[in-house]
Design a protein around this ligand. Structure first.
Ligand SMILES: Nc1ncnc2c1ncn2[C@@H]1O[C@H](COP(=O)(O)OP(=O)(O)OP(=O)(O)O)[C@@H](O)[C@H]1O
Ligand SMILES: [Mg+2]
Length: 239
């Protein structure tokens, strides 16, 4: 399959007319109602809004985990709407890291094996073992690499999930309330790791959060309400 190289001027993410509706026999729910926005490369954008406003639905669409009803999504200049499952899986492997609120580690694999998994699934060459060790070290878990998820605290599990998301050095990282299940100390630690990656590796960071203090550290805040963007605010208000 031919791979399209990213156009140098294309934004990390371009969204046009993005619509998601769900129809049941009795009624239709319009979850997202025609969103338009661009995320420049390297930007840290926080997506906020009340429960049910469409944040997770939007992130799932951006990651190609769900299909929109209408509209277009370009990741690094490549249209993802309408791609086959196989093409989407390849594109996700090259471009995207994803972190969930509930960590989603594989319980039968150690911390290190979880971090190595994306390299194994993509058949990455080089020295993935060394990178996995470096990543576990950078999230402060070098000593815990042989531990299984059940032997780790929530904050530790989320740090393993971050190391795993960064394994293939994705240009874009998406996270849905990654600190939502953590206490404020652990949440702060996970946020600092995300900010370090965003700055050092110029990773574009899309973060869904309810936490206004956390969102204040972002370059930009997009606030959804009933499936539309009601606020698009630039500037870190606290650093
Ligand atoms: N498969 C579905 N069928 C019907 N309605 C759905 C479905 N998925 C999502 N919704 C509805 O779409 C709306 C947006 O859901 P979404 O999960 O995106 O909200 P959210 O902003 O992430 O909320 P939260 O802050 O609680 O996580 C909600 O009203 C939800 O009930
Ligand atoms: Mg949600």
């Amino acid at each position: 399959m031919a791979t399209t190289e990213a156009l140098p001027d294309s934004p990390a993410i371009r969204v046009r007319g993005l619509t998601k509706s769900i129809t049941t026999p009795s009624h239709r729910v319009d979850i997202l109602r025609g969103l338009d926005f661009d995320v420049p490369r390297g930007q840290f954008i926080a997506i906020m809004g009340p429960s049910g406003s469409g944040k997770s639905t939007l992130l799932g669409l951006l990651a190609g985990l769900d299909n929109p009803t209408a509209g277009s999504i370009l990741l690094d200049g490549e249209e993802i709407v309408g791609l086959s499952e196989d093409s989407l899986a390849l594109l996700r492997g090259r471009k995207l890291g994803f972190v969930f609120q509930s960590y989603q580690l594989i319980p039968t694999l150690t911390a290190e094996e979880n971090v190595l998994l994306p390299a194994e699934l993509s058949g990455a060459t080089g020295n993935p073992e060394r990178r996995a060790k470096e990543l576990l070290d950078s999230v402060g878990l070098a000593e815990r690499r042989d531990h299984y998820p059940v032997q780790l605290s929530g904050g530790e599990q989320q740090r393993v999930a971050l190391a795993r998301a960064f394994m293939l050095a994705p240009p874009i990282l998406m996270a849905d309330e990654p600190t939502g299940n953590l206490d404020s100390t652990n949440g702060q630690h996970v946020l600092e790791l995300l900010l370090t990656m965003n700055r050092q590796e110029k990773t574009t960071l899309v973060l869904v959060t309810h936490d206004t203090q956390l969102a204040a550290r972002a370059d930009r805040r997009l606030i959804l309400r009933d499936g539309v963007i009601v606020t698009d605010e630039l500037g870190s208000t606290h650093d």
